[in-house]
Design a protein around this ligand. Sequence first.
Ligand SMILES: [Zn+2]
Length: 115
Amino acid sequence: MEERDFFDEMSEQKKHTLVCPHCSQPGEYELSWLVRRKKQQLPRGADERDKARFQKAQSYMVRRDDLVGCKNIRCRKRFDVAGIQSVAYIQETATGPVEDREARIRAAFGRRSQG
Ligand SMILES: [Zn+2]
């Protein structure tokens, strides 16, 4: 199973404030990112090894643009977007209601403490 089988892939535009190194003028630029979101479930046909890899897999995004054109009309030079990381992990929101999680924790640890 390939790594891409674990993710849903899509393109997203994100706004970033960048400062042109040629004229030092800050501006807002839209950069294109390739976003890979981890699938809710392991795809069919996965074996034990795939299962372990899937558990460790994390949603992330990869920057696709390396250069932007300066928005200052008197400059217009292209510059590298080196200040922005090229790969970023996406923070997942916790799944399921809090009560449910607490119940599961109690079920897992509560019994043990009673001996
Ligand atoms: Zn510039």
